[in-house]
Ligand binder design. Structure first.
Ligand code: FAD
Length: 422
């Protein structure tokens, strides 16, 4: 690859595509971004959990998951729901995911993801230092609330190991939990304690994506919206054009940031990316006039749901459903978020309307994103960020910009190679 100014086509304008375009334009490349939506950030980056969880960046493939999956199979209210009709589509990804559910592989994956997540938070700070971006940012850490002593003890026992991976987390007793988040006082007696990551943050991913897209556009990035990407055409070992809504677009390099759809579009090149769309839900409510609303960012360990304060809104997010590309809103699963909210904050005003949403997390079996060249020599992948795309966006864009410039990125890029064995 050449470090001089190139024509780069970025496929996708979610948080990953937009940060990539911004970083590449900053390097002096001529960048075009293509997306089928009418604007940036309108698919999985639209209403996610908002947590910038640099210190909680473990993959989902823990040793407990195989047992939990079996226990929860077919249960509509399970945090992780595997639909029977999804099983045929998981014949390759599923066993790869299960292979990663050992303590040793979890540690190895968590170490790699944490290195990228911490880089990403530092990069985000630099970007927001350079530009005044309003995205409901909150720097108050993330507090995981444990109801049972058993789950708190288990989490506390793993603290030293997590901190050895580069995370910074501390255990809090019940009093310290309530001192950190006073809105939990009404359920104080139901809480055993918490695990707190003081350096983590929250913010609205959509607002950030839209604002950064506007900054990138002002600096010369061309955005083509309402444009459906079809086949990528390759000759020899290079992509020569991409088919976009019936016409062709060409560049020197192509960076694929299509979230879960990366897997489908890469197939047109015979490239098999290990990404599966894992559906999640969020619900957002106004907190105007509600005095008992939380002020920080929390996770309910029992329900595996996050609560994030975004200015005068509160967003709940969570649940995982293996159901292919089905984005439909299942009211029972959306309702689980509201039940969790009422259980955690009994003073929630019952007449308040919630805005429900679903998105497809682009998950890899080992939880690490796919970053780097794959297939044709002028194709880079920046996809597969799963549960952590907002957290990992700026760091991933930095890695892609470094790889295109033939610089060594600050994290070990081989750990994210799209071609690594899963
Ligand atoms: C419920 C939920 C909660 C989450 N919570 C958090 C959280 O708290 N913290 C965190 O860090 N992460 C979280 N995530 C994960 C995060 O939202 C994703 O990892 C991230 O949004 C992925 O970004 P992306 O740009 O790769 O994908 P997307 O945002 O989906 O962007 C891909 C873009 O590609 C475009 N596209 C796809 N195919 C085509 C095509 N054929 N032609 C043209 N355009 C195309 C789409 O329109 C889209 O705009 C959560 C996800 C969910 C679902």
């Amino acid at each position: 690859m050449n470090s001089t100014s190139q024509d780069v086509v970025v496929l996708g304008a979610g948080v990953i595509g937009v940060t990539t375009a911004y970083y590449l334009a900053r390097e002096g490349h001529r960048v075009t971004v293509i997306d089928r939506q009418p604007g940036p950030g309108l698919e999985t980056s639209f209403a996610n959990g908002s947590q910038l969880a640099g210190n909680g960046a473990g993959p989902w493939s823990t040793p407990n998951v195989p047992g939990d999956l079996w226990k929860w199979l077919g249960r509509e209210d399970a945090p992780l729901l595997l639909r029977l009709r999804a099983i045929p589509g998981l014949w390759r990804w599923g066993p790869q995911f299960l292979r990663n559910c050992t303590a040793e592989r979890w540690r190895e994956n968590a170490r790699a993801i944490t290195s990228l997540a911490l880089l990403s938070l530092a990069e985000l700070k630099a970007v927001t230092g350079d530009h005044a971006i309003e995205y409901d940012a909150l720097q108050r850490g993330i507090l995981v609330v444990h109801r049972s002593q058993e789950s708190l003890d288990r989490a506390a026992a793993g603290l030293a190991a997590s901190n050895a991976l580069g995370m910074r987390k501390v255990a809090l007793d019940r009093e310290a939990v309530v001192a950190t988040e006073a809105s939990l006082q009404p359920i104080e007696q139901e809480i055993a304690g918490g695990i707190y990551s003081p350096d983590d943050e929250t913010g609205d991913c959509l607002k950030f994506t839209q604002a950064l897209a506007a900054i990138a556009e002002q600096s010369g990035v061309r955005f083509l919206y309402g444009a459906e990407i079809g086949r990528l055409r390759a000759e020899g070992n290079r992509i020569t054009a991409i088919n976009v809504s019936g016409s062709e677009i060409r560049g020197d390099y192509y960076v694929m940031c299509l979230g879960s759809d990366s897997m489908r579009i890469a197939r047109s090149l015979g490239l098999r990316l290990p990404i599966y769309p894992v559906k999640g839900y969020s619900a957002t409510v106004s907190v105007a006039g509600w005095n008992g609303a939380p002020t920080a960012s929390l996770v309910d360990e029992k329900r595996k749901m996050g609560f994030s304060r975004l200015g005068d809104r509160l967003r709940m997010a969570g649940t995982a459903e293996f159901a292919g590309f089905d984005r439909r809103l299942n009211t029972a699963r959306g309702g689980m978020l509201i039940s969790a909210l009422v259980e955690m904050f009994p003073s929630f005003p019952a007449d308040r309307e919630a805005v429900h949403w679903t998105g497809l997390r682009p998950m890899t079996p080992d939880g690490r994103p796919l970053l780097g060249q794959a297939g044709p020599e002028n194709l880079l992948i920046n996809s597969g960020h799963g549960t952590l795309g907002w957290t990992l966006a700026c760091g991933s864009a930095r890695v892609i910009a470094d790889l295109l410039a033939k610089r060594t990125p600050p994290v070990a890029a081989e750990a994210f190679s799209p071609l690594r064995p899963q």
